[in-house]
Design a protein around this ligand. Structure first.
Ligand SMILES: O=C(O)c1ccccc1NCC(=O)[C@H](O)[C@H](O)COP(=O)(O)O
Length: 261
């Protein structure tokens, strides 16, 4: 069983438990359901860096990245440093995150928030909304086209946008009808953890112009972003290169300065 299969197996059990503990009606009554979500697509156009900066404590590929910084410090630093949006990993077992992290992030910024999760059930979409997310991530590798359509529909009905992550041509082609607002090309092969920007280079021409284009993972050099921008990417999901620094917000600010013409 590869890591993605393990995560999804655990996620099924976790979601069943969460649903039993916090019924849908309780989520629907949350205070944050009254808030109007902000557009991630629009923010990528307005904030010149295009960086979706990620809060990520640890990962299966790197173990511990940063356990010391508070969510508030990281998120406020990212906003000050010029991020266009913030991604918050909410998986606990493999990434050390939680829904409380999302709530703390929501209290710390007005930037659009992406719930970075392994979403397999509409309940998790409602959870994302109730805890303050503006957008959700869906991973094509673990969903069939019908599930993608259903989860995108659920997110849109709740006023959120969808970033759909793909790793290869087959995943992209079978997912395009799903209705995602953005396509994220993941440079990290989640089965081998190998990172290659060739994935972003090869898939860009297959993404329709009306869909937002995001390159994800393994980014850490300004020259990479410049190249990807020229290829047509508007967004860049970056976690580890900032989170591995003692002050992730300051690291992002330095990085953004190097992007300025
Ligand atoms: O990061 C991992 O090791 C990983 C393993 C299995 C599934 C997902 C994984 N990462 C999620 C992500 O997509 C990244 O956190 C995100 O794209 C940022 O990547 P990076 O800038 O390389 O931290």
């Amino acid at each position: 069983m590869n890591i993605l299969e393990q995560i999804i197996r655990d996620k099924r059990a976790e979601v069943a438990l969460r649903k039993a503990v916090v019924p849908t009606g309780q989520l629907e009554a949350c205070r944050l359901m009254e808030r109007n979500p902000r557009s991630l697509v629009a923010s990528l156009g307005q904030r010149p860096s295009g960086i979706i900066a990620e809060h990520k404590r640890r990962s299966p590929s790197r173990a511990v990245i940063n356990q010391g910084c508070s969510v508030e410090t990281v998120v406020k630093g990212y906003e000050r440093g010029g991020a266009a949006a913030i991604s918050v990993l909410t998986d606990g077992k493999y990434f050390g995150g939680s829904l409380d992290d999302l709530l703390l992030a929501r209290a710390s910024t007005e930037l659009p928030l992406l719930r970075k999760e392994f979403i397999i059930n509409p309940y998790q979409v409602l959870e994302a909304r109730a805890y303050g997310a503006d957008a959700i991530l869906l991973i094509a590798a673990v969903l069939d086209p019908g599930q993608i359509r259903e989860l995108c529909g659920e997110a849109h009905a709740l006023g959120m946008e969808v970033l759909l992550e793909v790793h290869d041509r087959e995943e992209l082609e079978r997912s395009l009808e799903g209705g995602a607002d953005l396509i994220g090309v993941n440079n990290r092969n989640l089965k081998t953890f190998e990172v290659s920007l060739d994935t972003s280079r090869e898939l860009i021409s297959l993404i329709p112009a009306e869909v937002g284009r995001v390159s994800e993972s393994g980014l850490g050099h300004p020259a990479q972003l410049r190249e990807l921008q020229q290829l047509g990417y508007q967004g860049f999901l970056m976690g580890e290169s900032f989170m591995k620094q003692p002050d992730p917000g300051a690291a992002l600010a330095e990085f953004v300065k190097t992007l300025e013409p």
